[in-house]
Ligand binder design. Structure first.
Ligand SMILES: [Zn+2]
Length: 427
């Protein structure tokens, strides 16, 4: 099937190529609809099997969201959304599912409809489904925003109390997140109740309106935000802990290998050197250096200098630096738990080899029945193998440390060093 999809004549006319692009978009929607059916049937089978085995209703389907995410090569946090989306469309919203299958809706637009209907009763959800999507042709030409607005309008007409109630509950989800932006910038995003969000923006706008220097409005607003939150001027070095991992050769200017900034990702050598230099030259800042050793072949962390390296605190730091983020495949959440791949109660040792950095959600997901994780270290490469209840296996490999490219041949000293240091167990 894939061959016939990809195989087309490079000598095709523009009109033929346009027709192919259009056809492939329909195929994507149809595939999403087929995925919905397969996922919902899978969930029903799992529930039936667990009910037959006497698993209480509240515990049925535990861990399935993680399996769905792995099968879709997606982050575990999105597995639950995929599962809810499939169950809602398959069991309660046949018209929306049909519009997806026929290509009148993309997967994202169908997701918007499910999202807007999430607070409704099953009966109201079915009604919204019929009113919005029974005549799929009218959806042609509708933008994402129009689809979401139409769904929200019908939801309000059917049960305004449920929509208002959901708005009130949404305030509980307020949070602040950070993600990398291009060119060593970051997006710090705050999800706030509307009045507070508008209030923050108004205060920053006011600062921009009353500041007259050579900065742009955007620059004044960004600087004011930083100063109000941290209590420090943007000109002063940040008084927070930055964990920066870089090769010593890069620090001393011998090469330009990118460094790794914890919580952000790779940063260019020059910027890493400026960050390190600021910390060293600022009298009020406390800069500390820790020596790390990378494996001569895999480049992964094999050992590090730590006064408490025989104790769990040192081991936790070792695993956090080696793994960089949650080790579940496709998950890039921050490490919250230091986990035993083979659990302690099954005689799994507390060691770097059996240790895994996991986010909170992934740690709980892997405790569900039928899941197992094994780790292996070969040639300095730490690999974790996740096995799901249906017998699928997925692998994640620890990333290499920053630094210049590895030499092909290792010297006798390095070989001896890495073998000596790789046995890193907590007491
Ligand atoms: Zn995770």
């Amino acid at each position: 099937m894939f061959e016939s999809l990809c195989d087309f004549d490079s000598g095709s006319s523009e009109a033929q190529l346009r027709a192919r692009v259009q056809e492939l978009e329909r195929v994507k929607s149809a595939a999403a609809a087929a995925q919905v059916r397969a996922t919902a049937l899978w969930a029903a089978k799992r529930r039936a099997a667990e009910a037959a085995a006497g698993v209480p209703a509240a515990k049925q389907g535990r861990g399935l969201a993680g399996e769905v995410a792995l099968a879709r090569r997606d982050a575990p946090v999105r597995g639950g959304r995929h599962l809810d989306f499939a169950n809602a469309l398959f069991n309660e919203m046949p018209h929306t599912l049909a519009a997806l299958a026929s290509g009148h809706l993309s997967e994202w637009r169908a997701t918007l409809i499910v999202r807007e209907s999430a607070c409704l009763s099953v009966q109201h959800r079915r009604e919204l489904d019929a009113r919005l999507c029974a005549d799929a042709d009218r959806l042609n030409g509708w933008s994402d925003r129009r689809v979401a607005a139409a769904a929200k309008k019908i939801a309000c007409e059917l049960d305004v109390a449920a929509v208002v109630d959901r708005c009130a509950k949404a305030a509980q989800d307020r949070c602040v997140t950070i993600r990398p932006a291009p060119d060593t910038m970051t997006y710090v995003t705050a999800l706030l109740p509307v009045a507070q969000g508008v209030g923050v923006y108004a205060a920053l706008t006011k600062a921009a309106n009353t500041t007259f220097d050579d900065r742009s409005r955007g620059q004044v607003m960004a600087d004011t935000l930083y100063e109000q939150v941290t209590g420090r001027s943007v000109a002063e070095p940040a008084s927070v802990t930055l964990n920066l991992v870089m090769a010593d050769t890069t620090l001393f200017g011998c090469d330009q290998a990118p460094a790794w900034l914890d919580g952000y990702g790779p940063v260019p050598a020059q910027i890493a050197c400026i960050l390190a230099g600021d910390a060293v030259t600022d009298g009020t800042a406390k800069a500390s250096l820790r020596r790390l050793y990378r494996h001569p072949r895999s480049g992964q962390l094999v050992a590090m200098e730590s006064r408490s390296r025989l104790f769990p605190k040192g081991l936790a730091a070792f695993i956090a630096i080696r793994d960089q983020s949650c080790r579940t495949p496709y998950c890039d959440a921050t490490i919250r738990h230091l986990d035993h791949a083979v659990p302690k109660h099954r005689a799994g040792p507390t060691s770097a080899a059996n240790g895994l950095g996991l986010c909170e959600a992934c740690n709980y997901a892997k405790e569900a029945p039928g899941w197992s994780v094994n780790t292996e270290e070969t040639n300095g490469e730490h690999v974790a193998e996740f096995t799901t209840p249906t017998g699928a296996t997925y692998h994640s490999t620890a990333p290499p440390l920053p630094g210049p490219p590895l030499r092909r041949r290792m010297s006798l000293v390095e070989g001896g060093l890495s073998i000596d240091l790789v046995t890193f167990d907590a007491a």
